[in-house]
Design a binder for this molecule. Structure first.
Ligand SMILES: [Fe+2]
Length: 498
């Protein structure tokens, strides 16, 4: 039996496949195949790729939310949903379903949206029990959920909900409304708002919270922020100050939820998921409440495709790493990468299975020598992104403490989910933010290609890290296959090795 999990129809469509031993055979983003960032459509190419990893023709399809309940919420929020939204089969696309089912029509199992987030987190975590916190914009009606989770004597994952908040009171919708307020795209560019926060000051924080937040304790808001705030909200206030204040408020709200979870749940282990868990600045605070923290590298809705499949399987998954998508076969080109880094200082790599999640972790990466002042402008020129946005370092894990202070509660930063303070910011201006923090990827002794590259780079230069940013053509999702890599090479004149 293979379990196919699907999240699609809203944004960040994705598909995952696991077998009946808990092995994750495939997990990928549809956007990497149809080249539409955050696409709400599943496409034939990802279905074909996923099917090539299936080990059984006996399959079950699991969908990440409950269409009927979501339809009712959409009616309530005035979104005018179409009738076809009532059917998971219609949302996925009958043609794609026909392909997945090999013509044999079967039941599509549907799951609660927040439970899919919870399962993606808990069933990939190393814990036997955990308190699971889910915070996103909206599930069907849920916006925050706290569960206690454990495995029974047969190894079946169990979830019991301890507390929740519902639409329209939503931390995610608040942050998206502020994203829109500063002229960025909600449900897409929240990470830019987070990056802007370091440049602002908190002058408007009192006005912002007085006007919008009803109760920090109960996580309630004065208005429905689903449609954003009026254009004249905090008129004339600097956008960086809005970003800074929004981040302060969101951190206070998240802290209150995590504190509540600590109080209600009996476990010392925290599993955290939902789109808000991508806020790596706020994630530094989780260690104030928990010593053990697990966030799946893909905690948003795309990751819920794996959560839905996990609910179908029912037990712990065999999690090893985030390299679960499309494969570009071949040995990791370590020596050639070193040659380019030594001569041109910058090189692309597209090798092995693509990352499942929003971060490039060395399989679809643009790598550069992080030392010196010039490299930041050089990479920015290629990426065409706002100058205030820093790049990230990838470092041999055992040297992390020499260069960065990873926040308490985090034993490592393998999936770039938390910011760390850089101890020597003057030496590495390209990989630190305005506030001297970095979003570090630490690489353990795991036998991976990126590990070998860093080890050899260290022997050659005495520097245990590289600059690492995602390999993508401007405005497009990350490179997926070799044809994408060729297009990147042609457009920017940067070698991409496979
Ligand atoms: Fe969600």
């Amino acid at each position: 039996m293979n379990y196919i999990g699907i999240s699609t129809g809203f944004h960040d469509s994705a598909l995952s496949v696991i077998d009946d031993k808990g092995n994750i055979l495939f997990a990928g983003h549809s956007e990497r195949y149809n080249k539409q960032k955050h696409t709400k459509h599943l496409c034939l190419d990802i279905v074909n790729d996923a099917l090539s990893y299936c080990t059984s023709s006996d399959i079950e399809v699991h969908y990440y939310e409950r269409p009927l309940v979501k339809y009712l919420r959409q009616l309530r929020s005035g979104e005018k949903p179409v009738l076809s939204n009532l059917s998971a089969r219609e949302i996925i696309g009958p043609g794609l379903m026909h392909k997945l089912e090999d013509g044999r029509k079967r039941k599509i199992h549907t799951h609660n949206h927040h439970l899919s987030h919870a399962a993606a987190g808990f069933q990939t975590s190393p814990y036997d029990d955990a308190t699971v916190v889910v915070i996103d914009a909206i599930g069907e009606f849920d916006t925050i959920s706290i569960y206690t989770a454990w495995y029974d004597k047969n190894g079946v994952a169990k979830y019991k909900k301890l507390w929740g908040q519902r639409y329209p009171d939503s931390i995610g919708l608040f942050y998206s409304a502020m994203t829109k307020r500063v002229g960025l795209r909600p449900l897409d560019e929240e990470y830019i708002l987070m990056g802007m926060a370091a440049y602002g000051n908190d002058r408007p924080v009192k006005d912002m919270s007085n006007e919008l937040v009803e109760s920090f304790k109960d996580i309630t808001f004065k208005d429905n922020l689903h449609i954003g705030v009026p254009d004249n909200f905090l008129a004339g206030v600097d956008e960086m100050d809005i970003a800074c204040s929004a981040q302060m408020i969101v951190e206070q709200l998240i802290s209150n939820v995590i504190s509540k979870a600590r109080m209600l749940g009996g476990s010392k282990n925290l599993v955290y998921g939902g789109g808000v868990a991508l806020n790596c600045l706020a994630n530094r605070l989780l260690g104030d409440f928990y010593d053990n923290i697990w966030i799946i590298p893909n905690p948003g809705d795309a990751g819920s495709s794996l959560g839905a499949a996990a609910l179908g399987y029912g037990k712990r998954l065999n999690w090893t790493n985030a390299y679960l998508g499309h494969d570009i076969p071949g040995m990791y080109p370590v020596n050639k990468l070193l040659d380019y880094l030594n001569t041109t200082g910058i090189v692309g790599v597209a090798n092995g299975r693509a990352e499942f999640g929003p971060r490039a972790l060395g399989h679809r990466s643009l790598l550069a020598d992080p030392r010196g002042k010039e490299i930041k402008d050089k990479v920015n020129e290629i990426k065409h992104r706002q100058k205030f946005r820093p790049f990230a370092p990838v470092i041999l894990e055992e040297y992390t403490d020499m260069y960065f202070d990873i926040p308490c509660g985090w034993s490592n930063s393998r999936y770039m989910q938390v910011i760390s303070r850089c101890r020597v910011p003057d030496l590495f201006p390209a990989i630190i933010h305005y506030d001297n923090t970095s979003r570090v990827q630490t690489v353990p002794k795991d036998g991976s290609g990126i590990r070998e590259l860093l080890e050899k780079w260290y022997v050659m230069t005495g520097c245990p890290m590289l600059l690492n940013t995602s390999l993508n053509v401007r405005g497009e999702p990350m490179v997926n296959d070799r044809a994408d890599a060729d297009r990147f090479e042609k457009l920017y004149g940067i070698k991409v090795l496979s």
